[in-house]
Design a protein around this ligand. Structure first.
Ligand code: FE2
Ligand code: FE2
Length: 295
């Protein structure tokens, strides 16, 4: 009977590998308003893999620089502190789960594809509303990362083909809690807390299916909830129009519009179809980014 007992959350999280020291160093520098670009360069320089990732992303089509960025110093200046922090957090978190990439190839590819689309959608939504949007990409990219920790912790009991993909409807969330006595949102947020990621990312993950329950920073999970929805719609064979998108939003997230308005965010002006078109452009331009993060 013992194996039926849920593994305590602390044990699950603690069994995951810690993030490279570069992450802590970069967070220290980026959280200090007195830091210089040189301090940030020094924090990343010892980590060859991270240097290459920052440079490659600085040169990717998504960031559309007219001139090639050839040094880390220039990359830090052109991208800015926030974007460099985003790249470092995203890469470290994606890489932490490298060991399960090979064993669950197909499910993992689909998982990261959805997560990446969600990250790009979150960035687009964030840019159009009144919230500092710097970290929306990372929040979207990592929104379901708790599922990967659960895959590791619950091993054979956690079927990746069932739990890693698909829309998290209310029924499915309930089923997940019944089966594992914990939800992927809680696991994900605890994981980010352990890694000492910024508060808005922790909140975004913890409440991405229940933004109304967040005590503070409610806008962040709300944006991720919408981005998650858009990313799921993105996989439809036919491109949906405004009416189809709004109808599907009402079906899957009946409280969404009310919560959006409670946050005093503009609803009448939002055009899901337009955001969808942006998403297509960003997906095309950012096609190589996921590989850079995963390598
Ligand atoms: Fe989720
Ligand atoms: Fe999702």
């Amino acid at each position: 009977m013992n194996e039926q007992k849920p593994i305590p959350i602390e044990q699950q999280i603690a069994s995951l590998p810690p993030l490279p020291i570069t992450v802590a160093n970069v967070l220290t520098v980026t959280n200090n308003p007195d830091s210089s670009a040189n301090d940030l360069v020094k924090a990343i320089l010892p980590d060859q893999t991270m240097c290459i990732a920052v440079l490659k992303i600085a040169n990717s089509v998504l960031y559309g620089r007219p001139k090639k960025v050839s040094s880390l110093e220039t990359a830090v200046v052109v991208l800015g502190f926030q974007e460099v922090q985003n790249i470092v957090l995203a890469k470290a978190a994606v890489q932490a789960f490298q060991p399960i990439f090979k064993t669950n190839k197909e499910a993992m590819a689909a998982f990261w594809d959805h997560s990446f689309t969600c990250g790009l959608a979150a960035r687009i939504v964030g840019e159009h509303i009144n919230l500092p949007s710097g970290q929306f990409f990372v929040a979207g990219l990592l929104h379901d990362i708790g599922k990967l920790a659960m895959l590791l912790a619950f091993d054979k009991r956690y079927d990746p083909s069932k739990w890693l993909s698909g829309i998290s409807t209310m029924e499915r969330q309930k089923e997940e809690r019944q089966a594992f006595a914990i939800s992927h949102e809680i696991v994900g947020s605890r994981l980010l807390q352990r890694w000492q990621f910024p508060d808005n990312l922790v909140t975004a993950l913890q409440y991405h299916h229940t933004p109304g329950n967040a005590e503070k920073l409610q806008g962040y999970p709300l944006v991720i909830q919408l981005a998650d929805f858009l990313a799921h719609m993105y996989t439809l064979p036919d491109r949906p129009n405004e009416q189809t998108l709004k109808a599907a939003l009402t079906t899957y997230l009946p409280d969404f519009e009310k919560q959006w308005q409670m946050m005093h965010l503009p609803w009448e002006d939002i055009t899901l179809e337009e955001w969808f078109a942006w998403l297509k452009v960003d997906r095309d331009n950012g096609s190589g980014i996921l590989d850079i993060l995963a390598l």
